[in-house]
Design a protein around this ligand. Structure first.
Ligand SMILES: *Cc1c(COP(=O)(O)O)cnc(C)c1O
Length: 373
């Protein structure tokens, strides 16, 4: 049996009629920019997150960038970001003219280590930008209390954490602004690019609404040098359909994670650690192995698709050449990049496929042990 890493078509297939109907509704409305469909999704997404307001945007990178702008983070400021994240987190900080300052992760949870944040705070630090990587909430309480002590803003990158819980609270209403991506492969994904922010601060929501629409609230009156980053009503309509299935999908992901945990427990792989106070959204199930490349290669031969999130940390990218020159810089991020492997995960993955993944990983693990005897 061949098991793809991810199959979006299989996930959407059962919703085909509902989605087609939603798209037709937008086509028939004659309203193709903002409008009711976007407003309804914003209301539903804010309610889902337990936040006062949501603002629909064009994508997750814009959500981060506009959140930073709305909180007046800009030139000369420093923003603390994880050393191991998708590069969008860093790019948003750079886009507003601020400097990303990397904080190393806790290598068992993969998330920003709160114990390492304090040492990175300077007089220029303006905000902390934790990422809920792979769907698992970062340890927010120490981050929020440090931020309030030092008068810093907290912007959360929740692009992978739709429906995740931190200490019993849904992610989406804890930091100053929480940023979402609905890129098709995310836990709640559109059929193209889409994003949003959620916040409990109405004034900040209003600023982001203005920024996304050319800096304008009243047509042809421009208060700030804004962007065009509006959520497409077609995407909003699709997201409204999919939102009704998100909790079921998240439960399915949690079941897969439990079965991987049990089925891989006796292997030499490092399995993801979920502290008791989080409920991960399981965007990804990421294992670690010091023979990662060989593991990925053998799994591919056995028909199991895997991916690496992420093979090159931001500070070692050519785009950030100014950070990467020192080999001993950010060793944990480097080690993660060399060892992590994401197993197939998603609502499309049935029991039989899950068992096939577990069997294949155990087969390769046995091969590794035999060859090291
Ligand atoms: C996907 C992702 C983003 C960017 O979202 P886009 O919608 O693709 O712009 C940002 N941060 C993280 C952690 C992501 O996974």
């Amino acid at each position: 049996m061949k098991i793809p890493f991810l199959d979006l078509k299989l996930t959407s297939e059962p919703l085909r009629d509902e989605i087609t109907e939603a798209i037709a509704r937008v086509m028939d409305s004659g309203i193709y920019i903002l409008g009711e469909e976007v407003e309804l999704f914003e209301r539903e997404w804010a309610d889902y997150c337990g936040a006062k307001a949501a603002v629909g945007l064009a994508n997750g990178l814009d959500a981060l960038t506009l959140a930073l702008r709305a909180l007046d983070v800009g030139s000369g400021d420093e923003v603390l970001v994880p050393s191991n994240t998708y590069i969008a987190t860093w790019l948003a900080v750079s886009a507003v003219g601020a400097r990303p300052v990397a904080v190393e992760p806790d290598c068992r949870t993969y998330n920003m280590d709160p114990g390492r944040i304090g040492e990175k705070i300077t007089s220029r630090t303006k905000a902390i930008l934790p990422v809920h990587l792979y769907g698992q909430p970062a340890d927010l309480d120490p981050i929020l209390s440090l931020a309030s002590e030092k008068c810093l803003k907290v912007i959360e990158d929740a692009a992978q954490a739709h429906g995740a819980n931190y200490k019993g609270r849904r992610i989406g209403a804890q930091g100053d602004v929480v940023c979402w991506s609905f890129y098709p492969g995310k836990n709640l994904g559109a059929v193209g690019d889409a994003g949003a922010i959620t916040t409990n601060n109405d004034a900040v929501a209003e600023r982001i609404k203005t920024l996304r629409n050319y800096g304008s609230r009243v047509k042809y009156v421009h208060e700030v040098k804004g962007a065009n980053s509006r959520l497409d009503p077609l995407q909003a309509a699709v997201l409204r359909v999919k939102l009704r299935h998100l909790d079921r999908w998240t439960e399915h992901r949690r079941g897969i994670a439990r079965r991987y945990d049990a089925g891989l427990a006796s292997t030499d792989l490092q399995l993801p650690l979920t502290p008791g106070w989080v409920e991960s959204a399981w965007h990804l199930y990421v294992v670690r192995s010091d023979k990662r490349d060989l593991l990925q290669h053998r799994l591919a031969e056995l028909g199991v698709g895997t991916l690496i999130h992420y093979p090159i940390p931001p500070h070692m990218q050519i785009a950030y050449a100014e950070y990467g020159s020192v080999p001993e810089e950010l060793p944990i991020a480097r080690q993660m990049a060399a060892e992590v492997l994401s197993l197939p995960m998603g609502p499309f993955l049935d029991r039989e496929m899950q068992q096939a993944v577990i069997d294949a990983v155990n087969t390769v693990d046995r091969e590794f042990r035999q060859s090291s005897l």
